[in-house]
Write a new protein. Structure first.
Length: 412
């Protein structure tokens, strides 16, 4: 049973942006009175619009928006079904349609039409037309006596003159004549329904078992495929690791070559320094004839000897510098080659890390699939429930069979 709690609205018809609310919980019954145009029909329109997206009166939804504010029209309706409290929020500009259960928004993944169908069929369990004829009655639905159908006028007259007993007696006699026949037809129809339901449940159980078997087979096939992928990845990781070892063997002289380059550069600096010093001495004795300090003339024999000695030193140092530079260049070239190989090693190691990450993720996938298989194989509750339904229907079928036998005994 639907128990309305309250309805409120704003920017609805002639009402402005402030909320207007009607609370139905204050008393067991609520009477709303007022002059024509006071807004009584607006409350009914708001109730119908919140639940069905249509007004009670025959007007378009765009006419329900306040013509002054022209936006932010909202209507909210709260009602109880059993112990559950529902709230429906609906509005235009912007368009709003929400259904809340005990303060939580019901899933809105479906489109608006399906959402409305869920509200009508699963919650309200009454459509718009029936709601207007049963729950909400308005003066626009009143039909004068002479416009009633013949059977409806007959019922009114019988009530006024208190002669309805004759019609009742005639109906009872007619019912008694066809009682057994109707009873048998009903029993046969119920029995057919039960037998059909039993057959459908059997087919459903078979389908569930087949679906479960197919699901398990599908997951096992996936596990086998992923296992094979893991084997291939592990083989690839092994090959990449072997390549790393081969590359590392090719650069096992990296530390020695680096040391040689550093030592060679140090020695080169020393040789260049000596070469500069002896070149200065050579130039001094070659260009000067007297000592700049004591202003005495340099002996020609001594000068010639000194020039020869310095020239020999410079020549020897130049030869050493040339050979040392060749060695350093050769070692530097080897270092560059080692760096290239090291980059290749780094790339391979990154590939190994990537492969290992994929292997781990696929291992997790296999564990999840095996867990799902265990859940499917161990979950017999649905099938057990269906079999219990069959047992109950079989009992009901036997009862209907007994009733049918009794009806046949009474049948003339």
């Amino acid at each position: 049973m639907i128990e309305f709690q309250r309805v409120r609205w704003k920017n609805f018809v002639s009402y402005g942006g402030a909320w207007t609310e009607v609370d139905f919980t204050t008393n067991r019954a609520t009477l709303v009175i007022g002059d024509n145009g006071a807004g009584k029909s607006t409350m009914i329109d708001a109730l119908c619009y919140s639940l069905y997206g249509k007004a009670f009166r025959d007007v378009s939804t765009t006419q329900l928006i306040n013509s002054v504010n022209t936006s932010h029209m909202v209507v909210e309706c709260e009602f109880k079904i059993g112990k559950k409290l529902y709230k429906v929020v609906r509005g235009l500009k912007p368009r709003i349609f929400e259904v809340w259960l005990n303060g939580d928004l019901i899933n809105q993944d479906a489109n608006a039409r399906d959402y409305q169908e869920t509200l009508e069929k699963q919650l309200l369990k009454i459509n718009y037309k029936s709601f207007k004829q049963i729950v909400v009655l308005g003066s626009s639905n009143f039909i004068p006596f002479m416009q009633l159908k013949t059977n409806d006028r007959k019922e009114v007259i019988e009530d006024l003159l208190d002669i309805g007993i004759f019609s009742i007696m005639g109906a009872l006699l007619k019912d008694m004549v066809f009682e057994n026949k109707d009873g048998l037809s009903k029993i046969d129809a119920d029995k057919s329904v039960v037998e059909t339901r039993i057959q459908m449940i059997h087919e459903h159980i078979e389908q569930m078992e087949k679906s479960r078997s197919e699901d398990v087979t599908k997951k096992e096939t996936m596990i086998s495929s992923v296992d094979q992928e893991i084997v291939e990845l592990e083989e690839s990781v092994k090959n990449l690791g072997d390549n790393v070892k081969k590359f590392e063997q090719r650069i096992n002289d990296e530390e020695k070559v680096g040391t040689d380059v550093r030592k060679g550069e140090q020695i080169l600096d020393q040789l260049l320094s000596k070469h500069e010093r002896h070149s200065k001495e050579l130039n001094f004795f070659h260009d000067k004839d007297e000592c700049p300090t004591c202003q005495q003339e340099i002996d020609s024999e001594f000068k010639g000897k000194k020039v020869a000695e310095e020239q020999a030193q410079v020549t020897e140092l130049e030869e050493g510098i040339f050979k040392l530079r060749e060695v350093i260049e050769d070692k530097t070239s080897r270092l560059e080659e080692i760096n290239v190989i090291q980059k290749d090693i780094n790339n391979i190691q990154h590939a190994i890390i990537d492969h290992q990450s994929i292997i781990n993720s696929k291992g997790m996938l296999i564990n999840e699939l095996r867990k799902q298989i265990d859940q499917v194989q161990n979950n017999d509750k649905l099938i057990t429930d269906e079999r219990q339904k069959i047992e109950l229907d079989q009992i009901l079928n036997e009862e209907l069979y007994d009733k049918r036998s009794e009806a046949l005994l009474k049948n003339p």
